[in-house]
Write a protein that binds this ligand. Structure first.
Ligand code: CO8
Length: 373
């Protein structure tokens, strides 16, 4: 088996920012108009008035202060409440391939690699904008990479599960080097009319290069000591959007087609699962919690991360030990832990250990234990 390293990471975010204040003003404007429209039913107690959203709640409950939007136009318009993203022609670069390339190029540069060094491209994220041809093959063609590419969907664990696939391919020798890309275009699946969830997600793209240790010339590289993936079926986070919508006579734009969840239950069930998963993995590798210099955790909710780190360390978490990027990026589905890594890895010293971990819909948990070289 070949020794595998992560040799490059790339991060790209859109230029548009939506602050909590903007989002709340828009939601509250829409809710007020809905309540006016339904005034008679509300007075007759056959319908409940919609309650307002609040910036204070969002920041306290989630740690999110803003999010990036691939397209801001339309999201805050109370007559629309969804981004306005026109479909591109079939001979134009697709939206997600463009996002993917924006992260892939800096990842290749950080790894000192050119497209000719890469054999396999995996685009892995919560949604792809089409089933075929795969976004990964479009990206492969745009970069001029030989070999093969495919798309993968594993919701919040799409990045870590794809990194595990990449590791296995490099270790077994079926690819010299792999480009894993996560173009998380979440905003089209957000229900901006849902007070419980309108603030959660942001758009971003991340990418990583994995290769054999003996080909690595990058300034910062990390040996992959182990990977672990786990899934346990749960209906608490769902999106019913899919190709069957066209064949069903119910509303193809129904709210069940968008992201929806039982957030409280997710919080309670996933935190202990993630902590136990991480402990078991590092112990298998002969490591203990104090041996881990940094935890690059999934970024869904600051309180979740603090709970998990407290459970692991038995002390109050610091941003140095477990960085938080939620305040700037919000929940970016599978990209969160990769953003945390991208922005917080260069200060590690040779021999330092770190863990990348995702947890979310499925349920799914994916993790990689790394050692700085
Ligand atoms: N403003 C003001 N008040 C609010 C708001 C709001 N916007 N929303 C809810 N409230 C109120 C509620 O009505 C409730 O009031 P009351 O006590 O009177 O009933 C009160 O606030 C408390 O509500 P909750 O108990 O729901 O609040 P929580 O403290 O649980 O916080 C969270 C809600 C932030 C959603 C929290 O539960 C959470 O983060 N849970 C974890 C969720 C999670 O990790 N989910 C994973 C999702 S990501 C994923 O899996 C990837 C999916 C693929 C990507 C999808 C792309 C679109």
């Amino acid at each position: 088996m070949n020794e595998v390293v992560i040799s490059g990471v790339g991060l790209w975010h859109p230029e548009h920012i939506i602050t909590n204040a903007e989002l709340v003003a828009s939601y509250n404007g829409w809710a007020k108009a809905e309540n006016r429209r339904n005034a008679a039913a509300i007075t007759a107690s056959t319908m409940e008035a919609l309650a307002p959203s609040s910036v204070e709640f969002i920041e306290k409950a989630s740690g999110i202060r803003q999010r990036y939007a691939y397209v801001k136009d339309g999201v805050l318009d109370i007559e629309r409440m969804r981004p306005n993203i026109p479909e591109r022609g079939e001979d134009e670069l697709s939206h997600q391939a463009e996002m993917a390339l924006n992260a892939a190029r800096p990842a290749l540069a950080a790894a000192n690699k050119t497209p000719t060094d890469i054999d396999m491209v995996v685009v892995s994220c919560a949604y792809t904008q089409r089933a075929y041809p795969a976004i990964a093959i479009e990206v492969q063609a745009a970069l001029g990479i030989e070999g093969f590419g495919f798309d993968m969907l594993v919701a919040c664990s799409a990045a870590t599960f794809a990194l595990q696939r990449a590791c296995d391919a490099v270790a077994a020798g079926s690819a010299r080097a792999v480009l894993v890309i996560n173009p998380e275009l979440t905003s089209p699946q957000v229900n901006y009319k849902d007070r419980d969830g309108h603030f959660i997600f942001g758009d971003v793209a991340t990418a990583m290069v994995l290769e054999r240790a003996n080909t690595c010339t990058a300034q910062h590289s990390y040996g992959v000591l182990g990977t672990r993936a786990r899934t346990v079926y749960s209906n608490n986070i769902r999106s019913n959007f899919g190709y069957l919508s066209f064949a069903d006579d119910s509303d193809p734009f129904g709210t069940d087609k968008l992201f929806h969840q039982n957030g409280r239950k997710v919080f309670k069930e996933v935190c202990p699962m993630a902590a136990d998963h991480l402990l078991a993995q590092i112990e298998t590798l002969g490591l203990n919690v104090p041996d881990i210099r940094r935890w690059w955790l999934h970024q869904a909710n600051i309180n979740m991360n603090q709970l998990i780190v407290r459970r692991l360390l038995g002390t109050e978490p610091t941003k140095d030990v477990a960085p938080i990027v939620l305040d700037e990026y919000a929940n970016t589905a599978s990209a969160g832990s990769i953003i945390a890594f991208a922005e917080n890895h260069e200060d590690l010293k040779p021999g330092d250990h770190g863990v990348i971990c995702s947890f979310g819909a499925g349920y799914s948990i994916g993790s990689l234990v790394l050692r700085k070289r």
